[in-house]
Design a binder for this molecule. Sequence first.
Ligand SMILES: NC(=O)c1ccc[n+]([C@@H]2O[C@H](COP(=O)([O-])OP(=O)(O)OC[C@H]3O[C@@H](n4cnc5c(N)ncnc54)[C@H](OP(=O)(O)O)[C@@H]3O)[C@@H](O)[C@H]2O)c1
Length: 92
Amino acid sequence: MCFWANKRVVVTGGAGFFGHFVVERLIAAGVAEVTVPRSRDYDLVDRSAVQRLFADAKPDLVFHLAARVGGIGANRAKPGLFLFENAMMGLT
Ligand SMILES: NC(=O)c1ccc[n+]([C@@H]2O[C@H](COP(=O)([O-])OP(=O)(O)OC[C@H]3O[C@@H](n4cnc5c(N)ncnc54)[C@H](OP(=O)(O)O)[C@@H]3O)[C@@H](O)[C@H]2O)c1
């Protein structure tokens, strides 16, 4: 049986530029279920939203590709915000 056939997978950032290619490949590989949490539904900076996502999706695997990105100018304008949000999403 295909490795992916019975796997439930969460792809954070799966609606983003990088993540949507990963979602396409997972679907093509025959994954049982892919969940793409949107920030409007699950703000992954917030630990309780991450816990809710895990309870809702019950994933076997998580690809964590969500990030606050925006190029050099945006990073320079708000370095603390970018560091905080990306660190918290990674930690939670
Ligand atoms: N683009 C590239 O060529 C490339 C190459 C190598 C590595 N990467 C890395 O891949 C990651 C994503 O980059 P990207 O270019 O795909 O960025 P992107 O297009 O801006 O996508 C970022 C995704 O992260 C989600 N997200 C952001 N903040 C969130 C939050 N608080 N809670 C939940 N979801 C949140 C967004 O969801 P919503 O749309 O729902 O807001 C969005 O789908 C970054 O770490 C980047 O460095 C990118």
